[in-house]
Unconditional design. Structure first.
Length: 177
């Protein structure tokens, strides 16, 4: 199978990100929490911190999907890794869109949350059944579970409550003269 340069570049980025994922995820996750706390409890405009950290997290998760490409791992493990990484990426974008009241944000969150919960079950199953030992580490399992449950929590929380706590801005109503 012949790969083009775009796929090769994507795999190079993925292989660079994979060993640094834990550190990048911690830094970006903490910056998102700091921005969220600033947005909820102060008048400091922190929207830029929230947007940048969620967009960067989504990008990191997206490129992490190809990180197992060159290894001699089971085909199902590569598929589950790819789907869980893409699910995390879409969930981050859904949360980003939710903070902006963009249409389709709840659809993104619900689809990604269902995908992540299914991939969590598949990861646990593959870890127990493969002869080569566990493929997915504790941190991968925890990442998928936390982002999936966070997505479900945001999906089922009423919009008014999200506006009250400051996660969502109220929709801007355009006045027509």
């Amino acid at each position: 199978m012949r790969r083009n340069t775009q796929n090769t570049f994507s795999i190079l980025i993925s292989n660079w990100i994979a060993p640094r994922l834990d550190k990048l995820e911690t830094i970006l996750g903490l910056s998102f929490l700091v921005g969220l706390i600033l947005k909820m409890y102060s008048e400091i405009p922190s929207f830029f911190i929230i947007y940048l950290s969620l967009a960067a997290l989504a990008t990191v998760y997206f490129f992490n999907a190809s990180s197992m490409e060159g290894e001699n791992t089971d085909a199902w493990a590569r598929i589950v890794n790819r789907l869980s990484s893409w699910g995390c990426s879409v969930a981050c974008l859904g949360i980003l869109f939710l903070t902006q009241n963009y249409p389709g944000s709840l659809n993104m969150i619900s689809i990604s949350s269902v995908t992540l919960i299914l991939m969590f079950a598949a990861m646990v199953y593959l870890n127990s059944k493969l002869e080569s030992g566990p493929v997915f580490g504790y941190r991968s399992l925890l990442r998928v579970l936390i982002i999936g449950l966070l997505g479900f929590a945001l999906y089922f929380t009423p919009t008014e409550k999200l506006e009250d706590i400051g996660l969502m801005s109220p929709p801007e109503i355009e006045v027509v003269d």
